[in-house]
Design a protein around this ligand. Structure first.
Ligand code: HEC
Length: 482
């Protein structure tokens, strides 16, 4: 494992977060919780034990599984920390990218310069693909626009593109000019990656594999973790000089910086609450609230545990997952091992689960509307989201196009309803829906109990994403049903 590591808290797919246009944090601030301004509290501490150190974690917002890389295997746990599976026989793995639309996961294996593809539902290993130009694949991201998994190769300073559908075709590689760390995809064909040793942010086109921009990140040094707010076009980058820099990814400009702890490894963003997170090895997770895309406030510092440098964020249940272990002091240096590292005390590997206090939860229908306050800065957020007949007139095309991106990446509707709304065993097709525009909007605002239980997200009436999603569902209904 590398000394320093970023993480795609990229939850699913790496395309983050689209803001729901609703901010809970104002609510959280108005009614302070015992645990701090964010309302986050330790919900559960689970001793997992087992062999291996650890690196990136990911949470899957549909199944609520968490993937924990442990060097030669990936442990898979459920939302309560129960082990539900394991992907064995890996060499130096750093974590797993998730491509839900193909039901494929891909572990990034630094020791064998390969990705191992597995079935997201059964966790069965489907194959191992060598990455020809890669040395030391480490970070990773799934890009739904190109339908490729990218590995970021720490020792060959490049990225490799693997076609996620078949899992065995290499589309090519991208020279990065420095050591890559965490990355994000915007769902529209752009991938952003931290170049740790150059203090840079690099953007490439996921289709053509051409580098588009390289931007300095000053005052940030050693950028490591990264998360994104795709709807407001912001990246949250955790830097080793105790800063989170917030970048406008359309211009590369650093919008502002906020203080964080020491030993950053991962960031996360919650489009539901507007919270950005930075988890650090000093045992802290800083919570920064996006008041507007250009104005931020540190609302909380969650005390975790020494060593808990990395985290995963589940955008649908809002849980934060982090791991750590007790360490022995490093042994004395010897000529063979001049820089010995501390060693994990056996069976102390621990998962910490933080959740929002119940009355601050965004998912609960009972408090939605009452507690959620509209993000004042979001243009149109307060507008009437009812769609009606106008969705069939001019302009629906672009609304539906926006909705398609939301459907495919931000909310992962594809994972349940299928690529073209054809349905899967998790959810019915949308092609044959009999619902009208208004009924679709109502269903998205408050899904049926069955849909909610299965994990269908709810889209508040105040969300700017509601109209485009309804337009997209209608377009699927129209084009395929007629
Ligand atoms: C975790 C799985 C899951 C996800 C993700 C999901 N849904 Fe659903 N959805 C369901 C299930 C299950 C139903 C059927 C519920 C029922 O019959 O009561 C459903 C029903 C619907 C319906 C009603 C269809 C009808 O004709 O009655 C619409 C519309 C819909 N979903 C749209 C969406 C959109 C848009 C998204 C993304 C924002 C989405 N869903 C994400 C599981 C999901």
């Amino acid at each position: 494992m590398h000394k320093v590591r970023g993480q795609s808290v990229v939850v699913y797919a790496g395309t983050l977060a689209l803001a729901l246009g609703v901010s809970l944090a104002n609510f959280a601030k108005a009614s302070p919780q015992g645990s701090g301004g964010s309302g986050y509290q330790l919900a559960k501490k689970v001793t997992l034990g087992g062999m291996g150190g650890w690196d990136y974690l990911n949470a899957d917002p549909v199944s609520h599984r968490v993937y924990i890389s442990r060097g030669n295997h990936v442990m898979v746990v459920d939302a309560d920390g129960n082990v539900v599976g394991d992907i064995p026989n890996l060499m130096g793995t750093h974590g797993a990218a998730l491509a839900p639309e193909f039901n494929h996961g891909f572990t990034s294996n630094g020791g064998s310069n390969s990705v191992t593809m597995f079935d997201l539902k059964t966790l069965a290993v489907l194959g191992d693909t060598k990455l020809p130009d890669a040395v030391g694949p480490d970070g990773y991201v799934y890009d739904p626009a190109s339908k490729r998994v990218f590995t970021f190769n720490g020792r060959s300073n490049n990225a490799t593109a693997v076609e996620a559908k078949g899992g065995d075709a290499i589309a090519g590689s991208v020279p990065l000019g420095g050591k890559p760390e965490a990355a994000q995809a915007d769902g529209a064909g752009h991938v952003f990656v931290n170049i740790e040793d150059k203090d840079q942010l690099l953007e490439f086109d996921s289709g053509t594999l051409k580098v588009m921009n390289t931007w300095p990140l000053a005052p940030c040094t050693q950028p490591s973790g990264m998360a994104s707010d795709v709807s407001h076009k912001r990246l949250f980058i955790g830097c080793h000089n105790n800063l989170m820099v917030i970048v406008d990814f359309t211009t590369g400009k650093v919008v502002t910086t906020e203080p964080i702890g020491t030993g950053i490894d991962a960031d996360g963003f919650d489009p539901g609450t507007g919270f950005a997170f930075a988890s650090c090895g000093d045992g802290t997770i800083t919570v920064v609230h996006e008041d507007t895309p250009d104005k931020y406030t540190v609302v909380d510092t969650i005390k975790t545990q020494q060593g808990a440098r990395t985290m995963a964020f589940d955008t649908s249940n809002h849980n934060i997952y982090t791991v750590t272990a007790d360490m022995t002091p490093a042994p004395a240096p010897t000529p063979e091992n001049p820089r010995p590292r501390p060693v994990i005390v056996p069976n102390t590997f621990t998962l910490l689960i933080y959740s929002m206090s119940p009355h601050a939860s965004v998912g609960g229908a009972e408090n939605r509307g009452a507690s959620a306050t509209v993000r004042a800065s979001t243009p149109g957020a307060a507008g009437n989201a009812s769609v009606g007949a106008s969705s069939n007139s001019e302009g629906t095309g672009s609304l539906a196009t926006q909705g398609k991106a939301l459907y495919e990446s931000t909310y992962m509707c594809v994972g349940c309803h299928g690529m073209n709304g054809e349905g899967t065993d998790l959810a019915p097709d949308l092609v044959g829906t009999r619902l009208s525009a208004d009924e679709i909007a109502k269903f998205l605002e408050k899904p049926s109990a069955d849909a909610s239980d299965k994990g269908m997200p709810d889209i508040p009436a105040t969300s700017p994403d509601l109209k485009p999603l309804v337009a997209y569902v209608l377009s699927v209904k129209r084009t395929l049903a007629q």
